[in-house]
Design a binder for this molecule. Structure first.
Ligand code: DP6
Length: 324
């Protein structure tokens, strides 16, 4: 039997604690400020690239029982994904027509974004193709350069090439080491539908907020503070910095022109519940929210029992998914 030639890669999703929000270039996804994320290694996208007999590159759902969920790509979403592949082919001068297949190992209706993991996995799979077709350019395929190229597809994907901590300041991200590792993750899915304002649109709108003045300084100063807190294992300060940071970003959304909001009544209730938990126990999980209504929680591995307890409580507001 003829074995199909296939180039594959997988990449994780990541959650930013200091947010990428606002760009200095929309064409190249250059961020206004540095961001810091933690990779969610259990939430992954797999990409396979195969030669195709077609006229143009195409996309289809990957069939793999370990990655049961194809991303629900709109026509524009598919176009954006394939344009990224086309850009990579041009940069690396790869000839030929291919079919790109992708799927996630997490449900698409759970409200978790897969663009970071998708674009990172596509960049990595295309790099496998480049290694094979153009071995003479292998020295151009180091992870630093791949991160810079992935950024052009979708900014936050440049951080998904590193596990677990990734710091993205300008061109591409880099892995960073902190004495805080093996975090547990939960997301309270209060809203699973597609959001009305995409994160790319949010990046455009935030600069119209009066609150955007000083945003870069605020984000950079929190980045410094969070880095120090992580190095000192100062969990409470870390919590406070992350809390202020996502609230700052959501305030930008709510004060931009035209204003928009992702927060729902349930998001607010989850936030209130976790805040109260901290008040009562002087300890708790880190909390953050992206450009969406769902609430993300990160726990130290010693907080497993707390995570189980809070999971039971927070299920009142939405489905709680996670690796605990
Ligand atoms: C709120 O990376 O989705 O999740 O570069 O336009 O594709 P594009 O934007 P995207 O923005 C993510 C924004 C965020 C914060 C973050 O992940 O840092």
């Amino acid at each position: 039997m003829n074995q199909e030639t296939v180039w594959r890669a997988t990449a994780p999703s990541n959650i930013a604690l200091i947010k990428y929000m606002g760009k200095t270039s929309h064409e190249e996804n250059r961020p206004s400020n540095g961001s810091l994320s933690y990779s969610l290694d259990y939430l992954r996208t797999a990409v396979e690239i195969v030669p195709s007999g077609g006229k143009d590159d195409s996309w289809e759902a990957l069939q793999n029982p370990e990655y049961p969920t194809p991303p629900q790509l709109s026509y524009r979403g598919m176009e954006r994904f394939l344009n990224h592949f086309k850009m990579l082919k041009e940069v690396w001068q790869i000839e030929g027509i291919y079919c790109v297949r992708s799927a996630n190992n997490f449900p698409s209706d759970c409200g978790l974004a897969s663009s970071a993991s998708s674009f990172a996995a596509l960049t990595l799979a295309a790099a496998e193709l480049a290694r094979d077709k153009r071995p003479e350019i292998t020295d151009q395929l180091d992870v630093k350069r791949l991160s810079e190229l992935s950024r052009k597809g979708s900014g936050s994907s440049c951080r998904s090439l590193f596990s677990s901590w990734a710091l993205w300041q300008s061109e591409g991200a880099a892995g960073v080491e902190f004495p805080v590792q093996n975090l547990l993750h939960q997301a309270v899915i209060v809203e699973a539908g597609k959001k009305e304002v995409s994160s790319s649109e949010a990046h455009r709108r935030v600069v119209t907020s009066p609150h955007f003045s000083g945003r870069v300084e605020r984000a950079e100063s929190r980045l410094k503070k969070l880095t120090e807190a992580l190095n000192k294992r100062d969990w409470r300060t870390g919590f406070e910095v992350c809390w202020d940071e996502f609230q700052d970003m959501h305030q930008l959304f709510e004060t931009s022109e035209p204003a928009f909001s992702y927060m729902t009544e349930s998001s607010r209730q989850v936030l209130k519940h976790v805040f109260q938990y901290w008040e009562n126990n002087q300890d708790g999980p880190w909390v953050t929210m992206d450009a969406g209504a769902n609430v993300h929680l990160l726990y130290r591995d010693s907080q497993r029992q707390m995570a189980e307890e809070l999971k039971a409580d927070l299920s009142a507001y939405g489905q709680v998914i996670g690796n605990v």
